[in-house]
Structure formats: structure tokens, C-alpha cells
Design a protein around this ligand. Structure first.
Ligand code: NAD
Length: 459
């Protein structure tokens, strides 16, 4: 793992510290001390909770399953972040993901802090009953540190509304008579979940790309032509229509983002490749994304991986090795699988001019620097994939009021919230020489710094 979060936060603090108009009252030695305090506060989690769940398996054995809940920062409100069910979960990863949640919520003005959880299991290796017990045990072990006004978990990789329903029900049994609807988000609609939550991240990922390339730039063309900022110009001038798009990961986020790209009215797109944990499917004329969405629904969420399956489902595609997707000759790469997918070994072969990070931290620090310097635009995770937490916030609000929005209201509010963030960030990005990720971090860190300063936390 090559976490870059700390480094970019430090660079953001350095840039803010040099700007004497920012926190103008802080001068000289006092200013240095305050910025050093900010670096320590922001780069360290408030608390790391770790437990070993005692789990009786159906085969009669008892095992201990490591699990985590990290509270990174609660400056803006209760901690908020998903619970990952994956065999590679580890403490350092969960801390980094919680850190990203702090930055994401600050960036998008969501009144939550940053948290994250993880359970070290491959969920495919457990029965339904065992998964139910593991989910409930997680709540039993962490019941005192979670809750609607303390820390609100949600689904992440390997977990879904099913686990959130189980977890909320367990929380309700452990804390009778207390508010429980807001204890978990990403629940099913019948259990108090929000309409649109399942699609929210994928829709937001595509929206961030479309908004930059279409809505924002349509009115800014002249300004862009006059502007010599290398990051912006190369990528946008070289991306030819129809835009060839490849999507890595065809789960909750990737399949929805692919569908949005496929059916977009504003940009001419061709989704020419998608991949999952097994294969890449490629078709230069564009893939049948609707057909693939239908296929995965009946096939444990896996894409067709043999010619026989392709033929049977009427989908025209060539099967390639899984990681071939990343280096295909496309204009846009949407990364919606795992961390560290673009790295030192493949960064020089990346041909896309625009990368959209649906997953968290899919580009290593080294690859990020290399590609940004080459003029590739990377729409970073904290900007692009916030749809899930934004609609989770709507779910939490709806649970408090026990009044629910319809789907159109949810998506309208989601796009409005993302538009407001992008309207703040994009003029800065096109107007200075920092990559988009750095611009987003500066903005997030700036907001956190002001509040921490005003709360007297820097002395
Ligand atoms: P998911 O489990 O629904 O889907 C993951 C997809 O990635 C699957 O299609 C899987 O087969 C595929 N995959 C796994 N390993 C792969 C590999 N090496 N190469 C290509 N594909 C691979 O998960 P999701 O909810 O879609 O989340 C995807 C990413 O987005 C995760 O990193 C998650 O943290 C991030 N994210 C999700 C949400 C959300 O609301 N679901 C919100 C923010 C960020």
C-alpha cells in the first residue's frame, strides 16, 4: 500500500500556511505552531477500535475474526463510513479510508466526520447464516462506539443493504427504546433506507465526469483556450468524441457508472470495455451494458467469463485478461474496483486522458504524480465517489423525520450538492497549476483548519 493521503494533506497545509490571507490572525511562530498542530491532528485518527469476533462456524469450529472501527475525525459531526468485508482488510488501510471520509465530507459540506470499519473475511467463503452472525457480532462488539449521533456505518466493498438491515436490527435489540434508524445507512428501503442510495455512488461518479466535461466546460471554452494550465488542456483537447470509456469493476459502483455513461444524453460515449475480478470484456463498437447488468443479476454478480456464456446471453465481446482493461486505448478510465490499481508497473502504459476514481485510492502516489505531470486529469475519489455518503446523509435525515423523499428528489439533491462542490473546485483547478486532487484536498483541509482554529483546538 502506498497511501498518499497524509502527504497531500501536508502539501495542502504547506500551501495554506504560505497564503498569509488564510487565518490572517496567525503570524510568525504562532502560525508555524498552529500549522504543525493541524498536521498532527489531521494525520492521526482520534481512535482505532479493534476486536476479534468470536465466531462459531457451521462446521462446529470457533474462529476469531479480526475487525476494526476507526474514528478519524469528528470536527463536522458524527463519524461516518462504510464497513468493508474483505480478506485484505488491515488496520492501516481502514485508517486511510477513514481519513479519506473526513476529507470527503468536508469537501462536500456533509455534516459528518470520517470513520471506517472492516472485517477480515472473504464473504464468499461463509454461509448466509454465518454472515448474519458475523454482522450481528460486529454490532455487539462495537455497540458502544456507534450510534446515530456518534458513528454511522454504511456498506462498503463486500457488504450491502442486507448486512445493514441485519446490523440495524441488532443495534435496535441492544439499545431498546433508543433512536435506531440513523444508526446505519445504506439499508433497504423497507427498513428505512433511502430511494436511490444503491445507485447514488455510481451516478455521482459519472456525474462528476459529465459535469466537468459538459456542463462546466461548455460555458468556459474561451477561458480554457486562453489558459495555459497543462493539467487541463492536454486531456480535454485530446479526448475525441465519441469518448471511448473503460470501466474497471462491474459491481454496485461500476455497473451503475457504466450504465450512466452508456445512456448519457449530454456526451457521446462508447463503453468499450468493462472488467471484474475475473475478466475484461472488450468491444470497440461499444458493449451491451444493459445486457451485462441483466447477466450479472442472475450470475452472482460476475460478468460472463466464457464464450459460451457470452453467446448464450447474446453479448458481443472479446474476453481479455482482467488487468488488460487498464492499458486499453481509451479516452476515459473509470476505476470502480479496489485500491492501488494504477501503480509504478503499469502507469507508463495508461493511455486514458481522463481517469475517474469511483473506488477509494485506486491510483498510487507515484502513478498519480506521473500521470498528472503528463497532463492526465484524475477526478479524485473524494470528489467523484461521494454520492454514497451524500445520499446516506439524506437517509439519515429522512430517518430522523420519518418522512421520505421520492427518487427524483434524491437524485436532484445529490446532483445539486455535487454541482456546488464542483463549481467551487473547478474554477480553481482550471485557474492554477495544482492537480485536481490537490485542489480538492486544499479545499477540504482549509475548511477543517478554520473550524479547528475557531474551536481553540490548535493551542
Ligand atoms: P462491489 O463489491 O459491488 O463491486 C466490486 C467490483 O469490482 C466487482 O465487480 C468485482 O468483481 C470487481 N473486482 C474485484 N477485484 C477486481 C480486480 N482486481 N479487477 C477488476 N475488478 C475487480 O463494490 P462497490 O460497492 O461497487 O465498490 C467498488 C469500490 O468503490 C470500492 O473500492 C469501494 O470502497 C468504493 N466505493 C463504494 C461506495 C458505495 O457506495 N458502494 C462508495 C464510495 C466508494
Amino acid at each position: 500500500m502506498h497511501y498518499q493521503t497524509k502527504t497531500i494533506v501536508q502539501q495542502s497545509l504547506d500551501a495554506l500556511s504560505e497564503n498569509q490571507a488564510f487565518l490572517i490572525d496567525l503570524k510568525g511562530e504562532e502560525r508555524n505552531r498552529a500549522f504543525s498542530s493541524l498536521a498532527s491532528i489531521l494525520s492521526t485518527p482520534n481512535k482505532v477500535h479493534k476486536s476479534f469476533l468470536r465466531m462459531p462456524l457451521e462446521n462446529g469450529k470457533v474462529v476469531r475474526i479480526p475487525s476494526f472501527r476507526v474514528h478519524h475525525n469528528d470536527t463536522f459531526g458524527p463519524y461516518k463510513g462504510g464497513i468493508r468485508f474483505h480478506e485484505s482488510v488491515n488496520e492501516e488501510e481502514v485508517i486511510n479510508l477513514a481519513f479519506l471520509m473526513t476529507l470527503k465530507n468536508s469537501l462536500h459540506n456533509i455534516p459528518f466526520g470520517g470513520g471506517k470499519g472492516g472485517i477480515v473475511i472473504d464473504p464468499r467463503e461463509y454461509s448466509l447464516k454465518e454472515l448474519n452472525i458475523i454482522s450481528r457480532k460486529y454490532v455487539q462488539y462495537f455497540a458502544d462506539v456507534i450510534g446515530p449521533d456518534k458513528d454511522i456505518p454504511a456498506p462498503d466493498l463486500g457488504s450491502s443493504e442486507r448486512e445493514m438491515d441485519w446490523m440495524m436490527a441488532e443495534y435496535k435489540s441492544i439499545k431498546p427504546g433508543q433512536p435506531y434508524r440513523g444508526s446505519f445507512t445504506g439499508k433497504s428501503v423497507v427498513n428505512g433506507g433511502s430511494l436511490g442510495r444503491r445507485e447514488a455512488t455510481g451516478k455521482g461518479v459519472y456525474f462528476s465526469f459529465r459535469y466537468m466535461l459538459h456542463d462546466f466546460l461548455t460555458n468556459q471554452k474561451d477561458w480554457l483556450i486562453k489558459n495555459d494550465t497543462i493539467y487541463a488542456k492536454t486531456a480535454i483537447e485530446e479526448a475525441k468524441h465519441p469518448l471511448k470509456i473503460a470501466v474497471q469493476g462491474f459491481g454496485n459502483v461500476g455497473s451503475v457508472a457504466a450504465l450512466e455513461a452508456h445512456s448519457c444524453k449530454y456526451l457521446q460515449n462508447k463503453v468499450v470495455a468493462v472488467s471484474d475480478r475475473n475478466v475484461t470484456l472488450h468491444n470497440e463498437d461499444g458493449l451491451d451494458i444493459l445486457g451485462l447488468v441483466k447477466f450479472i443479476a442472475g450470475n452472482e454478480n460476475d460478468l460472463p467469463s466464457t464464450n459460451e456464456q457470452l453467446e448464450k446471453s447474446g453479448i458481443k465481446a472479446t474476453i481479455l485478461d482482467r488487468d488488460n482493461l487498464l492499458t486499453l486505448n481509451v479516452d476515459v478510465l473509470i476505476l470502480a474496483a479496489l485500491e492501488d490499481q494504477i501503480h509504478r508497473k503499469n502507469m507508463e502504459q495508461i493511455k486514458a486522458k481522463i481517469i475517474v476514481e469511483g473506488a477509494n485510492a485506486p491510483t498510487t502516489a507515484e502513478a498519480d504524480k506521473y500521470l498528472s505531470e503528463k497532463g492526465v486529469i484524475i477526478i479524485p475519489d473524494i470528489l467523484a465517489n461521494a454520492g454514497g455518503v451524500i445520499v446516506s446523509y439524506f437517509e439519515w435525515l429522512q430517518g430522523r423525520k420519518t418522512q421520505f423523499y421520492n427518487e427524483k428528489e434524491v437524485f436532484d439533491m445529490l446532483y445539486l450538492q455535487m454541482k456546488e462542490t464542483m463549481d467551487t473546485i473547478l474554477p480553481k483547478f482550471f485557474g492554477d497549476s495544482f492537480p485536481l486532487r490537490q485542489n480538492c484536498y486544499i479545499h477540504s483541509v482549509m475548511k477543517l483548519s478554520v473550524v479547528l482554529y475557531k474551536q481553540g483546538k490548535l493551542y
